[in-house]
Design a protein around this ligand. Structure first.
Ligand SMILES: [Zn+2]
Length: 97
C-alpha cells in the first residue's frame, strides 16, 4: 500500500478496516471506520492508505491486480463530501486494530 492519503484525519471512536478485493484478495485500502455495520461507502478523508493512487481522484475504483470494479465515486449532497460507494460482494473487510 504505497499511496498515503494526505487528507486523512483521525476520528475518535473509530477502528481500522483492511479492505481487499473480493475476487483476488489484493489489499485495496486501510480505512478508518466509524460505527458498527457493514461498509457501504468509504469517505475520502478516512482512507488512510491504499494500493490505488487516490490523488488522481479516480471516478471508479478498480482492483489494481485483477481490474474488477469495486466502487464508484460519489458526492454526498447533504454534506458535500466525497466518497466511494462500494459495490456489494466485490470486496472483503477485516478489522486490523
Ligand atoms: Zn482483484
Amino acid at each position: 500500500m504505497r499511496y498515503k492519503n494526505p487528507n486523512y484525519r483521525k476520528v475518535r471512536g473509530s477502528h481500522i478496516l483492511l479492505v481487499s478485493c473480493g475476487y483476488c484478495k489484493t489489499g485495496i485500502a486501510e480505512y478508518q471506520k466509524v460505527g458498527r455495520g457493514n461498509l457501504l461507502r468509504m469517505y475520502e478523508n478516512r482512507i488512510i492508505k491504499g494500493s490505488i493512487d487516490w490523488s488522481r481522484k479516480p471516478r471508479v475504483l478498480h482492483c489494481p491486480n485483477c481490474g474488477k470494479q469495486l466502487a464508484t465515486r460519489i458526492t454526498l449532497r447533504r454534506k458535500n463530501k466525497k466518497a466511494y460507494r462500494m459495490i456489494r460482494s466485490a470486496f472483503n473487510t477485516r478489522r486490523v486494530d
